[in-house]
Design a protein around this ligand. Structure first.
Ligand code: HEC
Length: 400
């Protein structure tokens, strides 16, 4: 069965169907214009040559100009499900600034345009559990030309001998996850998350808060001197003028506090439409993690078992228990049904802020009203999300 976006009754029925059938979505990194220190930028740049020709864009047109010319088409074909709160749970076409939404969505603008999820995903038989359409041929050609243009605009850090994450556009006013895969095989699926908010009008600063390191289980990550840089829209590279994390030399594991430095950076050199990059003096796996702590106490363990485990069944059954590498590395629920529940409790505990449900990852990423990249947001169903929030919040508070 296919449903068309013009048939509103089917679209309304979709959340139910999709909640049952939704497939895992792997989010491969904020911006996923993730590079390697050896730099695979050449693939992207080379392919970008045909951009002008393919898109029919005037000379001097930027990636944004090329996108704006196809925006109405993509909204028409994909917008119904991919808006904020849409059934897709992937609001990369969130209004009002659609370009900012799509350019910041993980995996869309890539160094190698043909590997963009925007081109590869809609054609999958699993797209929307088999019920969502593929992209039309004419739109596909326009989108490819746009992505080729964008690939030529991805900046490369000048000090590229240091381990770095290729500059990306942060999701603004939202929770971002940057995977550390480009830093080396051993760091695969470990990540750094943060909230990004622009300050000033027009925006002149970027405030990053709750900057946290998420190593995978049984791994200690050693990070030295991380530095964020701003890459303005018009070109250039401007490292954090305050060099906020110059004294960071720290080992992180799943058990400990993941806060990177003070957990906060204000990039006073931010410019609207810019990218941020992240480089390190050193980033490596330095050992095994310490054995995981479970819940805080027997009382919170009982509460976790009674209130939280039932809520997480769906997460475990779909993506978070070995079915998919990244979701499982981020929060491994494969031991959810095993007693004692300490392993599951430790995994979930690493994704909350005890005592503070509002800033806890498990509640932020699943919120259908937030433009955060996460494969599941209750298929846009706000009341289901509220019920989940009500069920897990008392445990989050009790863990403090
Ligand atoms: C009828 C609803 C519907 C329409 C229309 C639709 N999609 Fe989707 N799309 C989904 C659902 C549901 C998912 C999540 C499940 C999955 O992974 O396929 C999804 C997932 C995606 C993803 C993966 C997002 C991520 O972060 O991993 C991409 C990319 C995508 N769609 C692109 C498109 C494009 C491009 C179009 C227009 C040609 C489109 N979709 C039209 C329902 C839809």
């Amino acid at each position: 069965m296919k449903f068309s976006t013009s048939d509103s009754s089917l679209v309304l029925a979709a959340p139910l169907l999709l909640a049952a059938l939704v497939s895992c979505t792997v989010i491969s990194g904020a911006g996923t214009a993730t590079g390697t220190t050896s730099g695979d930028a050449t693939t992207g740049t080379g392919a970008g040559g045909g951009a002008g020709a393919g898109g029919g864009a005037p000379t001097g047109a930027t990636g944004k100009d090329v996108f704006l010319a196809l925006q109405a088409d993509i909204l028409g074909e994909c917008g119904a499900c991919h808006k904020l709160g849409g059934v897709a749970d992937a609001p990369f076409l969130a209004l009002p600034d659609v370009y900012s939404s799509i350019a910041a969505w993980p995996g869309i603008i890539t160094l190698t345009p043909t590997s963009s999820i925007l081109l590869t995903h809609p054609g999958l038989s699993s797209h929307g559990a088999g019920m969502a359409p593929d992209m039309s041929k004419p739109l596909r050609a326009k989108v490819l030309a746009w992505l080729q243009k964008e690939a030529t605009e991805i900046p490369k850090p000048t000090e590229s001998t240091k381990p770095y994450i290729t500059p990306f556009k942060p999701l603004l006013g939202a929770f971002n996850t940057v995977y550390l895969d480009p830093l080396g095989k051993t760091l695969e699926s470990s990540s750094i998350s943060f909230n990004a908010v622009e300050l000033g009008s027009p925006p002149s600063m970027l405030l990053l808060t709750h900057i946290e390191v998420h190593p995978v289980a049984d791994t200690t990550i050693h990070l030295v001197h991380p530095i964020f840089s701003v890459y303005p829209d018009g070109g250039g590279e401007e490292p954090d003028p305050i060099d906020s994390f110059s004294s960071v030399d720290h080992a992180f594991d799943l058990n400990g506090d993941g806060t990177l430095g003070t957990g906060t950076v204000i990039l006073t050199n931010w410019q609207k439409g810019g990218r941020i990059g992240l480089a390190f003096e050193a980033a490596e796996v330095s050992g095994l993690g310490t054995p995981l702590d479970g819940c805080k106490s027997d009382a919170t363990k009982a509460q976790f078992t009674k209130d939280v485990i039932p809520e997480l069944q769906y997460c475990a059954a779909t993506c978070h228990s070995g079915m998919m590498d990244k979701p499982t590395a981020a929060m491994n629920l494969s031991q959810l049904m095993m007693m004692p529940v300490d392993a599951a409790c430790a995994q979930v505990r690493a994704r909350i802020h005890p005592g503070d449900p509002a800033t806890s990852d498990i509640l932020i990423v699943t919120d259908p009203s937030k433009q955060v990249a996460h494969g599941y947001k209750f298929a846009g169903n706000k009341s289901k999300y509220s019920a989940f929030k009500a069920a897990v919040s008392p445990w989050i508070n009790a863990e403090k």
